[in-house]
Design a protein around this ligand. Structure first.
Ligand code: B3K
Ligand code: ZN
Length: 896
C-alpha cells in the first residue's frame, strides 16, 4: 500500500524526530507467505528535537501486537496515521515490542523483504524497511542492530545479516537459525538479510593495520565458476581505499550476495552487500570486457560506500548526492587508477585514464544532459520530491560526481584528501548534509566555497561560452569566458557558478605553449585551471608569438556545454594534436556531431547526403595511427550516442538522424574499407583471454572496425563476422561479431542469433544481451523486419519475464531508450506499446515501471508532429487507474 499520493516532500521542511532509536533486536520467522517479524526497539528522547510522539512508518504490514514497556497501549495512546503509527509517551526511554506479519511471496516490488528463486532477500533503500516492520524509517535514525533469522534448513541453508555472526543452531521440524550482530550504528536503509541456498567463494586477507578479515562472495552453486573476478575486484577496492584515502574495512567479515531479481545494480548494506547477478558474475565465456569492467566498478562503488555512505550517512534523502556523488567519484578514480596501473608506459597510462574519463563523460552527456533539459530537471540536491525512488538519478549520481571532481580539481589531490580526513574526523557515525561536506573541504583548505555551493542548488546544464582574441602587437591572447544556465522547471533565475576551466593553448606546430598570465613573472605549465566565478571574465596570456588554438575544458573539468566557434579545420587540427587526450577525443566527437547533424538536416529536407571529404581524412588519420592506444582510438571513432545527438538537434527528429548515422557509417565503411580490414587483421589478440586494458582495447577497436565494415556490407564483412562469431574464444569477440551481424540482412544474421540463443538459452545473463541486441537493432534496409514486432515476439520467449528487472531493462528498456528511430516510428505503435507495458509493469513493480515511463519525459524536444503523438499516450497513462506514486510523478511532471 503506497500512501500520500501526490504530496511533495520538501527539503526545507526537515525536522528531527522527537524520539530516536538506540538498539533494534529483530527476530524473523521466515515463511514464504507468512513471515513473522518481532522487533524490540529502545527508543530514546532526542533532546535537540521539538517534543512529539514516537513516529513509526509502516506500509502493508499486518500488526499482530505492540507493547510499550511491556504493556498494551492505553486508550488513545496509539494512533494510526497515513504513513504508519504514532505513540504518545512521556518517558525519556521507552521499550517497544512490535510483532508484524508479512507475505514475501506476494511482494513483487523487490523492495522490503521478497523472494527470488526460492530464497529471501531484502532491499531497504530508500524506504523499504517500513514494509518489513514499523520503524522510524529515516536515515537520521541510527541504531545498533541484532538479528535472529529462522528458516527451513533445506530450502535456505544459508542465513545472513549485517555484521558478525554470533551463533547458529538447528531447531525441530527441519528448521535452523542464526544470530548476527552489527557493532556499528546504522540507518534502517542499510539493514539486510539473506536466507537462501547459496555457496561462497572465500578469501582471508589482512587489512593495512594487520587485522585478518573474511571476504565472501555468495552465489548459486552453478555460478561458482564466475565469481573470481568479483572477489579480485573486492580485494583491489580494499587496497585502493587504504592507499588513497587511508580507509580500512571496519568489520571482521565482508559479504557480497548475488541475486537474479534486483531493481538496480547493487546495494551497500553494512557488511552484506546485495548485488544484481549482472554485477557479480563474469567469466571469459559469459562476460564481455565491459561486463568485467562493470563488475569491478560496481563492487568498488558498494565497497567504498562503507565509509562514504555507511559510516557517514545522509541526514535526509535530499542529501543523497552526499554519498552517491562522492562514491561515484571515488569509483571513477579507482577505475582510472586500475587502468593506468595495468599500462606499461606513462603515455599508455595517460591514455588509459582518458579512456575511463571518456566513458564517464559519455554517460553524463547521454544520460544526465537529457534529464537536466527535461521536466525532471533537479539540482544534485533536490528541493522536493513525490517519490524518493525517482531521485536515484543521473543528476544525483553522475553530475554529483562531477561536482565532487570539480572540488578535487580546485583543491588539488592533497587538499581534497585533507578535506576528506576532516569530514571523517568530524562526522564519523553521523547523518549529515551536503553543506557539512563542503564545509569540511573549505575549512581544511582555507577555501571560499560559498559560490561553489550553488552547484548543489541549481538545476540545468550551464553553457560556457569562450571567445579568444589574439593581439599580435602585444603578443598576447585574451580569453573571455562567459556562463549562463537555462531556466529549468520551477527555477527561472540562475546565478553564476564557480567553474574550474582547464585551459591549454596549442601553437601552430601542434605543441602546447607554456602559459603565462598577465602579471606573472614566469611561464608555468601548459595547462592552467582558470576559476570562472562571475557571469563573464577575461584572462590575458602573454608572450604568445602567433595566434594559438585554445584547448578548453581539458579533461572535462566541469559538467557544462562548451560553446566555442571552431571551424572544421580547427577541429581536425585538435583531433590530430591536442595533447590532452580527453580533448582530442572531444574534438573528434564534435566534428562527428557536426557532420551527423548536417546530414540529418539534409535527410529531413529530402536532399542527398554527402559526407565532407575533410572529415573522412581526419577520421582516417586516427584509424591508421598505430602509435595510439587502440582503446582510445575505438572511443574516438565511435559515433556519439543517439540520445546525445537528439539533445543537440533542434527540433529532435529520430528518423532523419538515424538515416544520417546509417549513411555516415556506410560511407566511412566504404571509403576506408582497406584500412578497417588492415587494422582488423593486425589487432587480433593471441593467447588465452585475460581481462586487461591492453587486450580489451584491441578487442574494442577490432569490433568497431568490424561494425564499420559491416555497415558498408559486402561478402567479406559478413564472412569475417561469421568466422569471428564461430571461432571466438571469449564473449567479447562472440558478442562483438553478433552485434555486427545483426546489422546485416544476410542469412548469417538469423543463423547467428539462433545459434547464440541455442547455446545460452539457460543462461539468464547472457540471454539479456541477446534480448538487448535485438531491441536496439537498427534497420539497415527498408525491407528489414520492424523492431517492435520482434520485441513483442521476444516477450513470448520462455526466458523472458516482466517480473525480472534485468529482462525488462534489456528488452523493453533497450527498445524505449536505445532505439529512438524504431521506438518513435511514425504510426505511433511504439508509443502504444510503451503505454501498455508501463501500466502492466506498474501493477507489480512501480520502480521498474517508473524507469520505463521516463523514456518519454523528454518529449517536448521533438518535432510538433511527434509531440502530438506522444501527448496522446502520456495522457492515456495519466488516466490509468491505480497508478503508483512513482509513475504518477513522472507522467505528471512530463505533462505539466
Ligand atoms: N544505494 C543504492 C541504490 C538504492 C536505490 C533505491 N531505489 C545503490 C548504490 O548507489 O550504490
Ligand atoms: Zn551508490
Amino acid at each position: 500500500m503506497r500512501t500520500q499520493q501526490g504530496t511533495p516532500v520538501r527539503r526545507e521542511a526537515y525536522q528531527p524526530l522527537a524520539y530516536g532509536v538506540e538498539t533494534v533486536d529483530l527476530d524473523f520467522l521466515l515463511d514464504p507467505k507468512a513471515t513473522q517479524v518481532s522487533s524490540r526497539l529502545v527508543c530514546v528522547r532526542n533532546p535537540d528535537a521539538p517534543a512529539g510522539p514516537i513516529v513509526l512508518f509502516g506500509e502493508g504490514l499486518e500488526l499482530l501486537s505492540l507493547h510499550i514497556d511491556g504493556a498494551e497501549p492505553a486508550a488513545g495512546q496509539l494512533r494510526k496515521t497515513d504513513s504508519g503509527l504514532e505513540l504518545d509517551v512521556s518517558a525519556e526511554r521507552v521499550v517497544l515490542d512490535i510483532v508484524t506479519r508479512i507475505d514475501p511471496s506476494a511482494n513483487l516490488t523487490l523492495s522490503g523483504l521478497y523472494q527470488s528463486r526460492g530464497g529471501y532477500y531484502t532491499q531497504c533503500e530508500a524506504e523499504g524497511f517500513r514494509s518489513i516492520t514499523y520503524f522510524p524509517d529515516r536515515p537520521d535514525i541510527m541504531a545498533r542492530y541484532t538479528v535472529r533469522l529462522e528458516a527451513d534448513a533445506a530450502a535456505c541453508p544459508v542465513l545472513l545479516s549485517n555484521g558478525n555472526l554470533l551463533e547458529t543452531g538447528n531447531l525441530p521440524n527441519g528448521r535452523h537459525f542464526a544470530r548476527w550482530e552489527d557493532p556499528f550504528p546504522k540507518p534502517s536503509y542499510l539493514f539486510a538479510l539473506v536466507a537462501a541456498d547459496l555457496k561462497a567463494l572465500e578469501r582471508k586477507v589482512d587489512t593495512a593495520s594487520g587485522r585478518e578479515v573474511l571476504l565472501q562472495v555468495w552465489v548459486e552453486e552453478r555460478d561458482l565458476d564466475r565469481v573470481g573476478h568479483a572477489m579480485d575486484s573486492l580485494i583491489h577496492s580494499m587496497r585502493w581505499d587504504e592507499e588513497v584515502f587511508g580507509l580500512e574495512l571496519d568489520l571482521d567479515r565482508f559479504m557480497i550476495v548475488a541475486v537474479s531479481d534486483f531493481n538496480m545494480g547493487a546495494m551497500e548494506n553494512k557488511g552484506l552487500n546485495i548485488f544484481n547477478t549482472k554485477y557479480v558474475l563474469a567469466n571469459p565465456e559469459t562476460g564481455t570486457d565491459l561486463d568485467f569492467e562493470n563488475v569491478e566498478s560496481v563492487v568498488a562503488h558498494e565497497y567504498f560506500h562503507n565509509w562514504t555512505g555507511n559510516r557517514v550517512t545522509c541526514r535526509d534523502w535530499f542529501q543523497l548526492t552526499l554519498k552517491e556523488g562522492l562514491t561515484v567519484f571515488r569509483d571513477q578514480q579507482f577505475t582510472a587508477d586500475m587502468m593506468a596501473r595495468a599500462s606499461d608506459s606513462p603515455d599508455a597510462a595517460a591514455s588509459a585514464r582518458a579512456v575511463t574519463r571518456i566513458a564517464n563523460v559519455r554517460g553524463l552527456r547521454g544520460g544526465q544532459f537529457p534529464e537536466d533539459a527535461g521536466p525532471m530537471a533537479h539540482p544534485i540536491r533536490p528541493d522536493s520530491y513525490q517519490e524518493i525512488n525517482n531521485f536515484y538519478t543521473a543528476t544525483v549520481y553522475q553530475k554529483g560526481a562531477e561536482v565532487i571532481r570539480m572540488l578535487h580539481t580546485l583543491l588539488g589531490r592533497e587538499g581534497f584528501r585533507n578535506g576528506m580526513d576532516l569530514y571523517f574526523s568530524y562526522h564519523d557515525g553521523q547523518a549529515v548534509t551536503c553543506d557539512d561536506f563542503v564545509g569540511c573541504m573549505a575549512e581544511a583548505n582555507g577555501a571560499d566555497l560559498d559560490r561553489f555551493m550553488r552547484w548543489y542548488s541549481q538545476a540545468g546544464t550551464p553553457r560556457l561560452k569562450a571567445e579568444g582574441v589574439y593581439d599580435p602587437a602585444g603578443r598576447s591572447y585574451s580569453l573571455t569566458l562567459s556562463q549562463s544556465t537555462p531556466a529549468t522547471p520551477g527555477q527561472a533565475d540562475k546565478l553564476p557558478l564557480h567553474i574550474p576551466v582547464a585551459v591549454g593553448l596549442i601553437g601552430a606546430d601542434g605543441v602546447d605553449l607554456p602559459l603565462q598570465l598577465e602579471g606573472e613573472a614566469h611561464a608555468g605549465d601548459s595547462t592552467r585551471v582558470l576559476e570562472l566565478k562571475d557571469a563573464s571574465q577575461t584572462w590575458r596570456f602573454t608572450g604568445i608569438d602567433a595566434e594559438p588554438v585554445p584547448s578548453l575544458l581539458r579533461g572535462y573539468s566541469a559538467p557544462v556545454i562548451l560553446d566555442v566557434v571552431e571551424d572544421d579545420a580547427r577541429l581536425a587540427f585538435r583531433m590530430a594534436h591536442d595533447s590532452d587526450p580527453f580533448n582530442r577525443w572531444d574534438a573528434a566527437q564534435r566534428y562527428m556531431e557536426r557532420v551527423a547533424l548536417a546530414l540529418a538536416a539534409e535527410a529531413a529536407a529530402g536532399r542527398p547526403m554527402e559526407v565532407p571529404q575533410a572529415f573522412g581524412h581526419a577520421f582516417r588519420a586516427l584509424l591508421v595511427n598505430a602509435s595510439l592506444d587502440p582503446a582510445f582510438v575505438a572511443e574516438t571513432l565511435a559515433l556519439p550516442s543517439e540520445a546525445y545527438l537528439l539533445e543537440r538537434m533542434q527540433p529532435a527528429d529520430p528518423a532523419p538522424l538515424r538515416a544520417a548515422l546509417i549513411h555516415l557509417s556506410r560511407e566511412l565503411g566504404q571509403a576506408l574499407q582497406g584500412d578497417f580490414l588492415a587494422r582488423y587483421m593486425d589487432l587480433e589478440v593471441d593467447g588465452e583471454y585475460r581481462y586487461h586494458p591492453a587486450d580489451a582495447g584491441k578487442r574494442a577497436l577490432r569490433n568497431l572496425c568490424l561494425r564499420y565494415m559491416m555497415a558498408w556490407g559486402g561478402p567479406t564483412a559478413v564472412q569475417l563476422a561469421s568466422l569471428q562469431f564461430k571461432t571466438a574464444g571469449n564473449m567479447t569477440e562472440r558478442y562483438g561479431a553478433l552485434a555486427a551481424l545483426v546489422q546485416s540482412d544476410a542469412p548469417e544474421r538469423l543463423e547467428a542469433l539462433e545459434a547464440f540463443h541455442e547455446r545460452y538459452k539457460d543462461d539468464a545473463l547472457v540471454l539479456d544481451k541477446w534480448f538487448l541486441l535485438q531491441a536496439c537493432a537498427w534497420r539497415w534496409s527498408a525491407d528489414a523486419p520492424a523492431t517492435l514486432e520482434r520485441v513483442r515476439a521476444l516477450m513470448d520467449n520462455p526466458a523472458f519475464s516482466l517480473s525480472n528487472p534485468n529482462k525488462v531493462y534489456s528488452l523493453l528498456g533497450g527498445y524505449f531508450k536505445a532505439n529512438a528511430a524504431e521506438f518513435h516510428r511514425e504510426d505511433g505503435a511504439g508509443y502504444a506499446f510503451w503505454a501498455e507495458q508501463v501500466v502492466a509493469l506498474d501493477r507489480n513493480n512501480p520502480q521498474v515501471a517508473s524507469r520505463m515511463a521516463r523514456a518519454l519525459e523528454g518529449w517536448r524536444k521533438f518535432t510538433p508532429a511527434i509531440q502530438a503523438r506522444i501527448r496522446v499516450v502520456l495522457e492515456q497513462v495519466a488516466g490509468a487507474e491505480g497508478l503508483s506514486p512513482d509513475v504518477t510523478e513522472i507522467i505528471g511532471k512530463a505533462l505539466a
